[in-house]
Design a protein around this ligand. Structure first.
Ligand code: HEM
Length: 151
C-alpha cells in the first residue's frame, strides 16, 4: 500500500485532490438551490419532477463520487506525508471541518430522499440560507491548509 502511494507523484495527488474538492463544493452549492426551487414548485407539476430528477443526478453523478475522491486522495497524501502531518493542529482542525462538511453532505442526501418521497423538508428560504454554510467552511479549510497556522 505504502509503495503504491509513493509510486504516484505527490503533486499529481494534490492536483487531483483539488479537482475533486472543486466538484464536491460545486455539488454542495448546487443541491440546496434545487431544493429551494422544489420547495416552491406546485405539487405534481413539471418543475417538481425536474427538480427531483436533477437532485438525484447531482447526488449520484457529482456529490457522491466527488466526496469519495476527495477523501481517498486526501488520505493518500496524509499517508504519504506520515503521522507528523496528520497530527499538526491545522490538519486536525481541517479534518474536523471536513467531517462537518461530510455531515452536511449526509444531511442533504437525507433531504433529497424526503423530497423524492413527496415531502417538503424545509422552506425555500431555509435552503437559500443554508447554502452559505459549505462555502464558509471551505474558506476556513483552504486557509488552514495554505497558512498552516500554529495554535
Ligand atoms: C476529505 C478529507 C481531506 C483530507 C484527508 C485532506 C488532506 C489533505 C492533505 C494531506 C493535503 C496536502 C497538504 C500539503 O501537501 O501541504 C491537502 C491539500 C489540500 N487540501 Fe485537502 N484534505 C481533505 C479535504 C479537503 C477539502 C474539503 C478541502 C477544501 C474545501 C481541501 C483543500 C485542500 C487544499 C486547498 C490543498 C492544497 C494545499 C497546498 O497545495 O498548499 N481539502 N489535503
Amino acid at each position: 500500500m505504502t509503495d503504491l502511494i509513493h509510486a504516484i507523484p505527490y503533486d499529481l495527488l494534490r492536483g487531483l485532490h483539488l479537482l475533486a474538492v472543486i466538484a464536491w463544493m460545486a455539488g454542495l452549492l448546487m443541491l440546496p438551490r434545487l431544493f429551494a426551487y422544489h420547495a416552491e414548485a406546485a405539487r405534481g407539476g413539471e418543475l417538481e419532477l425536474k427538480m427531483t430528477e436533477g437532485a438525484r443526478r447531482v447526488m449520484a453523478v457529482i456529490l457522491n463520487p466527488a466526496m469519495i475522491a476527495t477523501w481517498v486522495l486526501g488520505l493518500a497524501m496524509l499517508w504519504a506525508r506520515g503521522w507528523e502531518t496528520a497530527m499538526q493542529p491545522w490538519m486536525v482542525a481541517k479534518l474536523v471541518l471536513v467531517l462537518a462538511l461530510s455531515g452536511y453532505h449526509g444531511m442533504l442526501a437525507g433531504a433529497r430522499r424526503r423530497f423524492a418521497a413527496g415531502e417538503r423538508p424545509g422552506s425555500s428560504r431555509r435552503w437559500r440560507m443554508l447554502n452559505e454554510v459549505p462555502f464558509l467552511i471551505a474558506i476556513a479549510v483552504v486557509l488552514l491548509v495554505t497558512l498552516e497556522p500554529t495554535f
